[in-house]
Write a protein that binds this ligand. Structure first.
Ligand code: SF4
Length: 330
């Protein structure tokens, strides 16, 4: 927002690009979960573009992005976040877009030393080089600490009016925002996508391990954001809705999975991912009973609909808390 504003202020025509990878945090989960209700249910990129009065292009890169997540040349950060490859990928996509749409240069909000992997003095040139954007990549917030880029040398922007921010502190950004009259903005956070989240990463690693390869589809990675995930056996896992919003979301997927729901008591929809024999289904039913309001009842009646459409009911004693090993929780 600030980088775009700094360049807009110089009279340059700016448009925004937002890449949808499927791992984005905002909007989706906040819209589903009750506990996140207080957070704005908005696409922040659209909101920022509206604040700035610029056009925004939202580009779906779900397919192309898979290779970045599965085979990052520069490896991962603390979790499964391939930040350096990701930045290079996004700037490369933006550079292609620029060429197709007759724009002259790219602006990012990167700051030297702000992030441990992709925004170091030695990695900023990697992004410029590997994306192909070279010196058509301008970082207005720290431009004065870097060599002059083409837009600066050509006088398209005045380098003297750009910034020299450095390091992790966001104070200079906040001061600049205030000078622009910007009072509302996204709070600085650990990362912009679920790949930086250790819980999410654990579920993605489990998915890859149990499938025996590292491929994924969009629905796989969306489902990893929702519900409580338990793997009681190597051949199947359960996704248990934690609240009404999640149950409603999971309803949309139930036809693709064997699914269970308590009939005698209120309780969540449970999806079963994998293969399950009669004994596995009984265990799944006992777990579904555990997460229902009948958890203290001697028996709970569970409706089971198999993947092939066959439905039946099973009356089972709920598993007790002690009977569920901690390692079943992903
Ligand atoms: S945190 Fe940001 S830079 Fe890192 S992988 Fe996710 S989207 Fe890419």
């Amino acid at each position: 927002m600030l980088a775009a504003k700094a360049v807009l202020e110089q009279g340059v025509h700016v448009e925004g690009i937002n890449f949808f990878t499927g791992f984005c945090v905002e909007g989706h989960t906040h819209a589903i979960r009750h506990k996140d209700r207080a957070k704005p249910k908005r696409n922040n990129a659209l909101w920022v573009a509206e604040q700035l009065g610029i056009k925004l292009h939202i580009i779906d890169v779900v397919e192309e992005y898979k290779d970045v997540v599965i085979n990052p040349k520069h490896g991962y950060g603390a979790n499964l976040n391939p930040c350096l490859d990701c930045k290079g990928f996004m700037v490369r996509q933006a550079y292609q877009w620029l060429q197709e749409n007759d724009f002259d240069f790219i602006i990012t909000g990167e700051v030297v030393g702000q992030r441990p992997m992709s925004q170091r003095r030695d990695t900023l040139p990697v992004v410029a080089r590997e994306s192909g954007a070279g010196d058509r990549l301008l970082r207005p917030l720290c431009a004065k600490l870097l060599s002059p880029t083409l837009p600066e040398r050509e006088g398209w922007v005045d380098r003297d009016q750009l910034m020299s921010f450095n390091g992790r502190s966001r104070k200079p950004q906040m001061t600049l925002a205030a000078s622009f009259g910007i009072t509302e903005y996204a709070q600085p956070a650990g990362g912009c996508c679920f790949l930086t989240d250790p819980n999410y990463t654990q579920k993605l690693e489990d998915l890859w391990r149990t499938r025996g390869d590292r491929r994924y589809e969009l629905d796989d990675i969306m489902l990893l954001k929702i519900g409580r995930h338990l793997r009681p056996r190597a051949n199947f896992k359960l996704v248990v809705g934690r609240e009404e919003g999640e149950n409603n979301f999971l309803e949309g997927y139930r036809h693709r999975f064997t699914h269970l729901r308590p009939l005698s008591h209120k309780g969540p929809l449970v999806l079963l991912d994998g293969t399950a024999d009669a004994e596995d289904l009984r265990l799944a039913a006992q777990l579904a009973a555990r997460f229902s309001q009948g958890r203290d009842a001697p028996e709970v009646n569970i409706g089971i609909t198999r993947h092939d459409g066959h439905s039946y009911e099973l009356s089972v004693p709920p598993l007790s808390h002690e009977e569920i090993p901690q390692e079943w929780y992903l």
